[in-house]
Write a protein that binds this ligand. Structure first.
Ligand code: G4P
Length: 531
């Protein structure tokens, strides 16, 4: 990552693979849209439902809606910006913190944290930030909605420092607040950026300035705002650390840009920041060793599986983060879990609205591999080496239900649907040793509703989720004999998960304490590595 790291081949070195994290409503979608616009991946972006734009034709609106909809539903989007290749991996938007989000963050090398300038650090931001911190991901911060009344700049920075325990350094500094906001000073490049409120898709006017004492500033900034700006910059110098790339790459320092996504303001500067300072594709961890991006053999791991992404293609797509090498279409790779060869003939990359066959990809890229269920989350693909990628966890669900097909003749379909969702990672599915039926586990109540409607839609199978006698689940680990002895006396609590691993289902809160006391040689765990 740092200067003494070996030089990567240029095609790999230009890649930046990252996610955007935020609390709902902070502006992630809008920012994503502007990224795609400036990356040339879409032609138009903007406020779909904006007033005053009624002159647009209906088809324009529909196209925009479609672009907006698709751009957010695609899981990984690739586009070029200047000489960089950006891979933007989408984190799910719903507010239930989910495993899916966690896994997505295992596939990226950096994150952009979007906060609302009026609201500061919100609950979901904090949770996602903590996940980034577990992986020491470098974080760039974008303070959005500066065109509206926002909090005092120092207050925002202070809140991030206090709340998230990370140092903050301003990459830009806002001039004026709310209606008086005129733009920002780019502290890293000594440029004055003036916002154009009239045209939301226009990039700000950029004026090169010879340092903060340049009299040219007064030509563009009203005297009162300029005086305040100088005062604040004095304080910045005294109170805040300067930008330090090493500290940023290690996840100790976040540069913050102030902007307004909807007005396209500050967005290009943020993209420049990601390009110039963001990390190159980073080494990935496997149980056997670390894999560096510049290694010649192709390796990669599945971090997400999505079914029915496109009604025209009724298949599943496994999203693979390439850890090393230069992938070419038609390559034969080894599927590590089954040790079987797999010829990847139709890999896809996602260029905003379209999924397109891709002829090649490099370490750092995300490719989608359509398949019929062979590829599962955590699976590794290599050119022959046995590598078990680590760090992709599975969490014990917090809510359990039983599920029943309303038409009992269709039990087989239900089994198929549940297997699919388990493989997608959308739910945990447990098959108890005793009795028939399944126990389904999720993190948030809403997921049961989503599952029910998907089963009905995708399998024409109405189902009902009902309360389970079980309340939580733990994976069972330990020496073979100990585990067998334990299972023998606890059959009523034992189930298998969709990988065939043993699970202990609890009824009462103290069940786990009891097991720990009576079977000290057996370990019950709330997480499992997928590999
Ligand atoms: P999210 O994906 O993080 O949930 O946020 P999203 O981009 O959907 O933005 C949430 C709302 O904030 C949207 O308004 C959006 O237009 C608005 N917004 C985004 N960036 C800015 C900004 O820089 N300044 C201001 N003032 N507003 C911004 P909405 O009313 O919910 O939707 P819409 O009708 O505008 O589409």
């Amino acid at each position: 990552m740092l200067d003494n790291a070996p030089k990567l081949p240029p095609e790999i070195a230009r890649r930046r693979t990252f996610a955007i994290i935020s609390h709902p409503d902070a502006g992630k979608t809008t920012l994503t849209e502007k990224f795609l616009l400036f990356g040339g991946a879409i032609q138009m972006a903007g406020q779909v439902r904006a007033k005053g734009e009624a002159r647009r034709t209906r088809s324009d609106f529909m196209k925009l809606e479609q672009e907006r909809g698709i751009s957010v539903s695609a899981s990984a989007m690739s586009f070029d910006f200047r000489h960089y290749r950006f891979n933007l991996v989408d984190t799910p938007g719903h507010s239930d913190f989910s495993e899916d989000t966690y896994r997505t963050l295992t596939a990226v090398d950096a994150a952009i944290m979007v906060i609302d300038g009026a609201k500061g650090v919100e609950s979901q931001t904090r949770k996602l930030f903590e996940v980034c911190r577990l992986r020491d991901l470098p974080i760039l911060t974008f303070c959005n909605k500066m065109d509206r009344e926002s909090r005092d700049t120092f207050e925002i920075i202070d809140e991030i420092q206090q709340n998230l325990a990370i140092d903050v350094t301003p990459a830009s500094w806002p001039i004026g607040v709310g209606r008086d906001f005129i733009g920002a000073y780019d502290l890293l490049h000594d440029r004055l950026e003036i916002m154009d409120r009239a045209d939301r898709n226009k990039v700000a006017e950029s004026i090169a300035i010879k340092g903060l004492d340049d009299p040219a500033l007064a030509l563009h900034v009203p005297a009162d705002l300029l005086a305040k700006f100088h005062e604040e910059i004095e304080m910045v110098r005294e109170l805040l650390p300067p930008f330090d790339r090493k500290s940023f790459l290690e996840g100790h320092l976040t540069p913050i840009w102030f902007g307004s996504a909807i007005n396209s303001f500050g967005v290009k500067e943020l993209m420049d920041g990601m390009g110039e300072y963001g990390p190159e594709p980073q080494p990935q961890k496997a149980a056997e060793r670390h894999i560096s991006a510049e290694e010649t053999p192709v390796t990669g791991f599945v971090f997400k599986v999505q079914a029915n992404m496109d009604p025209k293609h009724r298949d599943r797509v496994a999203f693979v983060r390439l850890a090393s090498g230069h992938f070419q279409r038609g390559m034969k790779l080894m599927h590590v879990r089954s040790k079987k060869p797999m010829t990847v003939t139709n890999p896809v990359m996602f260029l905003a609205a379209d999924r397109e066959l891709t002829e090649e990809a490099w370490a750092g890229d995300i490719i989608g591999i359509p398949n019929h269920g062979q590829l599962r989350i955590g699976d590794g693909l290599t050119e022959g080496e046995t590598l078990r990628f680590t760090g992709i966890p599975s969490f014990a669900p917090e809510l359990l239900s039983t599920v029943r097909a309303l038409d009992p003749m269709k039990a087989k379909h239900l089994e198929k649907a549940l297997t699919q969702f388990a493989e997608e990672g959308a739910a945990k599915v447990f098959k108890p040793m005793i009795g028939s039926g399944y126990v389904v586990g999720v993190v948030g109540q809403l997921q049961f509703e989503v599952l029910a409607s998907r089963i009905e839609e995708e399998y024409s199978l109405p189902v009902r989720f009902e309360p389970s006698q079980f309340t939580s689940a733990r994976w069972v680990m330990g020496a073979k004999e100990a585990v067998e002895a334990f299972v023998n006396v606890n059959k009523g609590h034992i189930a298998h998960d969709s990988d065939g691993d043993l699970v202990y289902l609890t009824r009462l809160r103290w069940d786990i304490d009891r097991v720990e006391r009576d079977h000290p040689e057996v370990k019950l765990t709330a997480t499992k590595e997928m590999m």
